[in-house]
Design a protein around this ligand. Structure first.
Ligand code: NDP
Length: 295
């Protein structure tokens, strides 16, 4: 029997709705809306689309959206000055600087300049450190979204073997940390891992965050495993089409025959990222205003 499809789109829609209700409640109590500032430098087409969707989702969730679209020629100093203004602005609860930044700007310097208590992306070293030592802070949206899908399906993850492929600061590492906190036995695989297929075969939970189209094959997957596919890869267009299909890091069709449950691409992890961003902003707003959040 084919594995269940984990409907991230539906889960994310529910989360957004819940956040919207809590955000309206926040506005009534605080006398202002929770606010998210999104900063985009340059005109990368994919980033333009992401920023547009974030703005719309923020407004739909009863929050204030502050968009700052700056030209490609913006200097690092100008961007740092904007971040400083947003840090000092009490109507801004969350700050997100859309990556990648143009090559002449040091991304790490910009992330380091964001007030960690407004760092709703969870990329600041203070938040990475908080996650590493088990203190509450902001956790990057994509891995936190994956974790929500996993706990919704599996409940207690204690003692399960989890394999994360990928060790980036924004997905792989925080994902592994969250799984460890949930008492899974965690293996992190990467480009230097030997016998990757063999490592993956031990996984009750597999999280693939690589960026290689359909790399994980059905015969790598333990029967009944829960598979979370973070990868977003665009294939070359079919003859006559102007755009190729989007696929994940897992060969979905064949993997589904073996897995117990699997996220599709698109419609799995992707929609969770914005929903969790809104949730993180809601949490930031409550902390900043000193209002308790009953989740
Ligand atoms: P990075 O490129 O930063 O990291 C990729 C990781 O995969 C690295 O750790 C790399 O290893 C590892 N890797 C590369 N090739 C192999 C291989 N052949 N075998 C095993 N491991 C390999 O990517 P991100 O973490 O930023 O993103 C991963 C994927 O997730 C991308 O497709 C991205 O588009 C997608 N993504 C989706 C999001 C969403 O759904 N909202 C959000 C963020 C990302 P090494 O460290 O050794 O180089």
């Amino acid at each position: 029997m084919a594995g269940e499809i984990i409907d991230g789109k539906a889960f994310a829609a529910q989360l957004r709705e819940k956040v919207g209700v809590l955000a309206a409640d926040f506005a009534a109590k605080a006398g202002r809306k929770a606010g998210l500032a999104v900063v985009l430098v340059g005109d990368d087409p994919a980033s333009q689309v992401y920023v547009g969707s974030k703005g719309k989702a923020t407004l739909a969730a009863n929050m204030a959206s502050f968009e700052h679209r700056l030209p490609e020629s913006t200097s690092e100093g100008e961007l740092l000055a904007l971040v400083a203004r947003l840090n000092a602005d009490s109507t801004v609860d969350g700050i997100l600087v859309q990556l990648p930044l143009p090559a002449h700007i040091d991304e790490q310097a910009v992330i380091a300049a964001i007030d960690p208590n407004k760092d709703v992306d969870g990329f600041h070293v203070t938040n990475a450190g908080r996650l590493a030592v088990g203190q509450s802070g902001f956790v990057p949206c994509t891995p936190l979204g994956c974790m929500m899908l996993l706990t919704d399906r599996l409940g207690d993850l204690s003692g399960l073997n989890a394999v994360v492929i990928g060790r980036s600061n924004i997905v792989g590492k925080p994902m592994a940390q969250l799984l460890l906190d949930a008492n899974a036995t965690v293996t992190i695989a990467h480009s230097r891992t030997k016998d990757l297929a063999e490592v993956v075969r031990r996984a009750d939970i597999l999280v693939a965050a690589v960026g290689r189209a359909e790399m994980v094959r059905a015969d790598w997957i333990k029967p009944g495993a829960t598979v979370i596919d973070v990868g977003i890869n665009r294939l070359a267009p079919e003859p006559g089409a102007n755009k190729g299909r989007l696929v994940g890091d897992v060969a979905f069709g064949e993997a589904r025959e073996v897995a117990g449950a699997i996220t599709p691409v698109p419609g799995g992890v992707g929609p969770m990222t914005i929903a969790v961003l809104l949730r993180n902003t809601l949490v930031a707003a409550h902390r900043n205003a000193g209002i308790a959040l009953s989740e």
